[in-house]
Design a protein around this ligand. Structure first.
Ligand code: RIB
Length: 310
């Protein structure tokens, strides 16, 4: 039986333009090519998990408009269950404006969340049986924080599912929020924003992650892009290096990682092996343009096999 991953999160239409370099405020840069593709951290992570072989439910909200229809069609195409995807005629589907640096693959993103801010407690209540019976619940910070707090409280009363929070984009939350969460996956910048501490060295990262462990988070995985990931919990701190691949677009690399991590943990892998697997998923994602260009399971298996043979 496939493990079940429930993603509660955002859908955006991504308007992506490549540019020779990222503009400064007030500057116009001639760039291209341009693509319009499905995105949103929630939807990207759901696609990543589905392509890696999990049974995936996507719980979210889109506008009753053209982009909302694209969302539905795309999620169905990706074999993701959308029984709990709400449509609203009160506001537009989420949109993200993304610029990608041609040389480095790095990006700048502005999100107009629209309908994503209508992911409310009643949508969660409708899906409660599916949530209760999942192996992993995966949430990001692109939906209302009140709804996330509501989910966190509920999940603590369930035995089965493990909760992974990818706090992106980062927001300051009450310190009590972190208590009892199984795993959080901030990147370096997000860890800075949620902790209020400037992070310069690996020691800073480890110390700050440990503070979150002291607040009750069970595991912290700090994603470090080309430098891999740092795993911190009560027992250990371990750096897991990334796989070096050709970089075309880093947008969605974190989402690829989180989808991979969710599937690997849902399948029963230990945390370090799950991070190793997730690094491979992210390494394969960055080779392609577009946030939702996630690798399939076979590609990841083949990549790891070849890598391990070297
Ligand atoms: O993580 C990448 C995603 O962030 C993009 O797809 C964009 O929609 C924003 O949500």
């Amino acid at each position: 039986m496939k493990p079940r991953v429930v993603v509660i999160g955002s859908f955006n239409i991504d308007m992506v333009a490549k540019a020779p370099y990222l503009p400064k405020p007030g500057e116009t840069v001639l760039g291209g090519p341009f693509v319009m593709v499905p995105g949103g951290k929630g939807s990207n992570q759901a696609i990543s998990a589905s392509r890696l072989g999990a049974e995936v439910y996507f719980i979210g909200c889109v506008g009753d408009d053209l982009f909302g229809k694209i969302a539905k069609d795309n999620l169905i195409k990706e074999k993701i269950n959308i029984d709990y995807l709400q449509m609203t005629n009160e506001i537009h589907t989420g949109v993200a404006i993304i610029m990608v640096d041609d040389k480095t693959g790095e990006n700048m993103i502005v999100v107009a969340p629209g309908a994503n801010m209508r992911v409310t407690e009643d949508i969660i209540d409708k899906a409660v049986e599916v949530i209760k019976d999942s192996d992993i619940i995966l949430i990001q910070f692109e939906i209302p924080i009140e709804t996330i707090e509501y989910i966190v409280k509920k999940v603590k009363t369930y035995d089965k599912p493990k909760l992974i929070i990818n706090p992106a984009p980062a927001r300051k939350v009450d310190l009590k929020f972190w208590e009892g969460i199984y795993l959080i996956t901030p990147n370096r910048r997000e860890l800075e924003l949620i902790s209020g501490v400037r992070l310069e060295s690996m020691e800073d990262l480890e110390r700050t992650a440990k503070e979150l462990i002291n607040l009750g988070v069970k595991n912290v995985v700090v994603t470090l892009g080309k430098d891999g990931a740092l795993v911190v919990n009560e027992m250990k701190t371990k750096h897991v290096p990334s796989f070096k691949t050709e970089v075309v677009d880093t947008t969605g690399a974190g989402d690829a990682f989180n989808g991979g991590l969710a599937v690997a943990l849902a399948e029963g892998k230990d945390l370090i092996s799950a991070v190793y697997f997730a690094n491979a998923v992210a390494g394969l994602k960055v080779k392609k343009l577009g946030a939702s260009s996630m690798p399939y399971r076979e590609e990841v298996e083949r990549f790891l096999e070849n890598y391990e043979k070297r």
